[in-house]
Design a protein around this ligand. Structure first.
Ligand code: PEP
Ligand code: MN
Length: 337
């Protein structure tokens, strides 16, 4: 249930509604838009049928949200969510580019790549310190050392950091270093992890599970939102289909569909979405044309020796060339980079 407050409703009126929800053991999720404030009631909403909320001062109307995901839905919040991190806005007019290696390998590698992607216009550095590898004998990540190297690269370049957290017991550690916590495709339905990142206030980049429907994806985001963390971005990274030519099939449809169904920013990962370097540029362009709010792209200065995902990583000069081309696509759809 969503309680829509009147334009100009006072803080006291909002608090009064919240106090009533608490009396009925419901929690609130407040969304303050430019026009009006919306209050989502979370919990067993059936009790609301017994309270005449509409009669309360400052309340305009009470709406039922039909979608199974409530807080993530456009019905609940018509305006786009814009996530602000140290002057960078995700979900606004600018398309935000995140770039960097699949995994942090050593200091020289991460700083070289960070400096080059920054020069090309990226605002956020990606790089895994905890890697969710399909096989247990593959490189698992540098862990704390990797986080420290990301911090050094941030200090040198001023780029924000997005890096993956794989388990509940590492959230505090990863959150000390990360500006954005990445939840990987393999963990999209790790509900304990989703709830736990919902309890902190760091922005979360939630990747779509490789066989998740759009509804399951939005319900995973709902787990995070329902705990009070409103800063969630949805990342389409390709799904598993019968096609084997590419590593995954990037679901380009998901971009406009998610933008219609939800107010959350949508990020596209053309690297895992294709698995092939030569497809990263065309698919990145398609993503921006389809309405993506950002891209997360793998870049490596020496992909041949990369410990993971070398075949889908762009060389720094290819990334730089792509950024020039993407600016034109962004302009054509009324955005900028
Ligand atoms: C990654 O970003 O390196 C990664 C492991 O992605 P995904 O979870 O989408 O496979
Ligand atoms: Mn990767």
């Amino acid at each position: 249930m969503v309680i829509v407050m009147k334009h100009g409703a006072t803080d006291e009126q909002i608090q009064h509604v919240v106090d009533r929800l608490h009396e009925f053991k419901l929690r609130e999720h407040i969304s303050r838009g430019d026009e009006r404030t919306l209050i989502g009631a979370i919990g067993d909403e059936r009790v609301l049928n017994t309270i005449p909320l509409e009669a309360m001062p400052g309340v305009e109307k009470v709406m039922a949200v039909l979608a199974p995901y409530k807080l993530a839905s456009r019905e609940f919040q018509p305006e786009d969510t814009v996530i602000k991190i140290d002057g960078v806005e995700i979900g606004g007019k600018k398309v935000v580019i995140m770039a960097g290696p699949c995994a942090v390998e050593n200091e020289d590698q991460i700083t070289t790549i960070a400096e080059s992607v920054k020069d090309s216009g990226a605002l956020i550095l990606r790089g895994g310190a905890f890697k969710p590898r399909t096989g247990p004998y593959s490189f698992q990540g540098l862990e704390i050392e990797g986080l420290e190297l990301l911090a050094k690269a941030k200090e040198k370049t001023g780029l924000l950091i997005v890096t993956e957290v794989m388990s509940v017991d590492r959230i505090d550690l990863v959150a000390e270093y990360a500006d954005i916590l990445q939840i990987g495709a393999r963990n999209m339905q790790n509900f304990m992890l989703l709830k736990a990142v919902g309890q902190i206030r760091k922005p979360v980049l939630l990747k779509r599970g490789m066989s998740a429907t759009i509804e399951e994806f939005l319900l995973a985001a709902e787990y995070i939102l329902s705990q009070g963390n409103h800063n969630v971005m949805l990342c389409e990274r390709g799904i598993r289909t019968f096609e084997t030519y590419t590593r995954n099939t990037l679901d380009i449809n998901a971009v406009p569909v998610l933008k219609q169904l939800s107010h959350l920013p949508v990020i596209v990962d053309p690297s895992h979405g294709t698995g092939r370097r030569e497809l990263v540029a065309p698919v990145s362009k398609a993503a921006i044309a389809a309405g993506a709010d950002g891209l997360i792209i793998e870049v490596h200065n020496n992909p041949e020796v990369s410990v993971s995902d070398g075949a889908q990583s762009l060389l720094p000069e290819q990334f730089s060339q792509l950024m020039t081309e993407l600016k034109k696509i962004a302009e054509a759809v009324g955005r900028s980079i």
